[in-house]
Design a binder for this molecule. Structure first.
Ligand code: HEC
Ligand code: HEC
Ligand code: HEC
Ligand code: HEC
Ligand code: HEC
Ligand code: HEC
Ligand code: HEC
Length: 401
């Protein structure tokens, strides 16, 4: 056994050094991929900006340091109820720190009945962060989710308040939108059921450059070998794609997580047609799309979209995080709406207020892209308490009452 392990380690070491020497990455997605570290050499500014983006941070290993950075110190006093979420069976779950990691432990009275570790985090934590723990080759969701805008722990979205749940399986589908890769094997677990076995060593965390730009190893090799060439080769120029193909890149993840996939969107590359990846939606969902995750359908139903050639990139820079840049969005509206009298007046007033760093709520967004409550995502802080709504800005740009 010992010799086998040593042999394996030597084998891995040789393989790894071969990857290094050949200048090729050992990306779990295969040799076509270079990995986002390889881009920094020539695209330094974009890479630096992007490393702080919510896209890049939307999944990670839940280390103790990162958790502390996000949630701050835990309540120390045993009497402090702030970190507890109660359930109808009078049990409660609390977050506990042990050396090097955090646990979510379920108590009834003073007896702990179950305790699982924070292994993987989903969501950048801008709005919320959900956690999962490994059980063999399955990932299971932890009962509590960090709800950032209220700075509280809440029952994970969709979980019942009857008791604490530790059994909800996280599938590779979450990774398809929140990460860049996970390997899996589908095994028959019953006469009619299939179970996924996830390969935890194959995960590429975060949404990396090649999720949107496609495999770029050949681009990296060519540009490195031909430093005199200042134009790009072996990479899809997104700007030259048709409007629909550009929208499809974002729509792969921003048209909702209730669509039925025909195949994994890990294999989607720019230029692909998204309707080959998802089955068509039911009419009812199309008429009334939820604000959570369905930015594409909402935007498509706006007059702005139908009467112009706008794409997501008209307002968003996909490489940057745009927190607190409302003023920047308002000026995008004005690129097309100079002739609207009230818009021009409001914009002028806002410009004046901006000089005093005091942008009021009187910008276009509060009236024409208001915050709306998600119908599908809501939280509750345990038994006896009302649901806590989850607000997202709608992308149906319109006149609201
Ligand atoms: C050895 C240098 C080099 C490396 C490494 C490199 N690129 Fe490039 N890339 C270039 C050059 C040169 C251009 C053309 C000039 C420009 O647009 O910056 C370019 C252009 C691009 C473009 C724009 C294409 C277009 O026409 O719109 C994209 C997208 C791109 N690279 C993605 C990547 C990604 C993703 C990586 C990492 C996996 C990467 N590049 C690594 C040199 C490099
Ligand atoms: C969420 C999707 C997404 C991700 C992730 C992404 N890009 Fe882009 N990138 C785009 C889109 C879309 C465009 C076209 C921009 C436009 O139309 O204005 C673009 C354009 C570019 C360009 C050419 C235009 C420019 O702005 O110079 C380069 C170079 C580039 N990306 C490199 C990168 C690198 C390097 C990374 C990773 C650090 C990365 N991108 C990550 C979507 C993405
Ligand atoms: C692979 C899936 C995926 C793709 C492709 C993708 N997104 Fe996202 N996007 C996400 C996820 C997941 C989040 C939530 C990030 C978080 O955890 O805060 C997000 C968040 C965002 C946000 C909010 C960002 C913020 O700073 O809080 C914007 C804006 C956005 N995406 C625009 C785009 C645009 C534009 C495109 C196309 C160029 C695109 N996305 C492509 C998955 C994706
Ligand atoms: C089809 C793509 C898709 C799938 C599948 C998906 N998500 Fe998301 N998720 C998103 C997008 C897009 C956002 C951000 C925009 C929004 O909420 O409208 C988001 C937001 C989140 C957030 C809040 C992030 C923040 O701070 O803003 C969490 C947490 C989250 N998702 C967890 C999960 C988990 C866990 C799963 C699997 C059970 C999952 N998601 C499946 C696309 C997806
Ligand atoms: C690419 C150009 C473009 C951009 C950017 C744009 N719009 Fe529009 N919008 C239009 C067009 C075209 C119409 C159709 C009416 C018209 O021609 O004035 C329209 C219509 C509207 C309407 C009337 C909607 C209705 O249903 O009656 C509102 C309100 C509006 N826009 C607000 C905004 C706001 C707010 C923003 C910024 C968040 C914005 N628009 C950004 C092009 C744009
Ligand atoms: C007319 C301008 C405009 C266009 C076009 C646009 N957005 Fe947005 N988007 C905004 C504004 C404004 C916000 C709110 C920013 C804020 O509150 O900080 C926003 C926020 C978001 C968010 C974060 C939502 C939230 O509340 O967490 C996501 C995700 C997003 N956009 C995705 C997209 C996608 C995908 C597309 C293309 C289908 C798109 N946007 C097109 C203006 C636009
Ligand atoms: C206090 C709420 C409010 C604010 C703030 C606001 N609007 Fe409006 N807007 C309205 C209402 C109400 C209408 C419908 C009025 C009508 O039909 O005469 C409207 C109509 C519009 C229209 C279609 C009719 C027209 O005037 O062309 C556009 C375009 C528009 N708004 C753009 C904007 C932009 C851009 C901003 C920000 C600079 C803005 N609005 C700020 C309430 C608002």
């Amino acid at each position: 056994m010992k010799y086998f392990v040593t042999g394996l380690l030597i084998g891995l070491a040789v393989l790894f050094s071969q990857c290094l020497h050949s200048g090729r990455s050992c990306d779990p997605r295969g040799g076509g991929y270079a990995g986002s570290k390889a881009c920094k050499r020539c695209h330094e500014e974009i890479s630096d900006d992007y490393s702080h983006s919510h896209h890049f941070q939307t999944s990670s290993i839940a280390t103790a340091e990162e958790l502390k950075g996000l949630i701050g110190p835990l309540a120390r006093e045993a009497a402090d109820l702030a970190d507890r979420v109660y359930f109808a069976d009078s049990s409660y779950v609390r977050v506990e720190e042990v050396p090097g990691s955090f646990l979510q432990s379920c108590y009834r009275g003073t007896r702990s009945s179950r305790s699982e570790r924070f292994d993987i985090a989903f969501g950048s934590g801008e709005k919320a962060q959900t956690y999962a723990y490994w059980k063999d080759s399955q990932l299971l969701e932890l009962p509590l989710t960090w709800y950032a805008s209220q700075r509280i722990w809440a029952n994970s979205p969709g979980f019942s308040i009857r008791r604490a749940h530790y059994e909800r399986v996280i599938t590779s589908r979450c990774f398809e939108c929140h990460a860049s890769y996970i390997g899996k094997e589908t095994v028959q677990s019953g006469p009619l059921s299939l179970t996924e076995k996830l390969d935890r060593n194959s995960i590429v965390f975060g949404i990396d450059c090649e999720r949107c730009h496609g495999p770029a190893a050949q681009h990296v090799r060519y540009q490195a070998e031909n430093p005199g060439v200042k134009t790009a080769r072996y990479i899809v120029p997104i700007k030259s794609l048709t409007r629909q193909r550009q929208l499809d890149i974002c729509a792969a993840c921003h048209s909702g997580n209730d669509l039925s996939p025909q195949r994994s969107i890990f294999s989607f590359v720019p230029g692909d047609t998204l309707s080959h990846f998802y089955f068509p939606e039911f009419a009812a969902d199309i008429r009334d799309p939820d604000v959570h995750g369905k930015q594409v359908q909402l935007l498509e139903s706006s007059l702005c979209f139908r009467r112009s050639t706008m794409t997501c990139m008209t307002c968003h820079n996909p490489h940057e995080t745009e927190n607190d840049k409302l003023a920047g969005f308002v000026s995008k509206c004005m690129d097309c709406h100079q002739r609207s009298a009230h818009a021009a007046t409001i914009f002028g007033e806002n410009e004046q207020k901006k000089r005093h760093f005091n942008l009021s709520g009187a910008n276009c967004l509060d009236c024409h892209m208001p915050l709306q409550m998600s119908k599908t995502i809501y939280f509750n802080s345990g038994s006896g308490e009302k649901n806590i709504p989850y607000f997202i800005r709608t992308h149906k740009i319109a006149v609201y009452k």
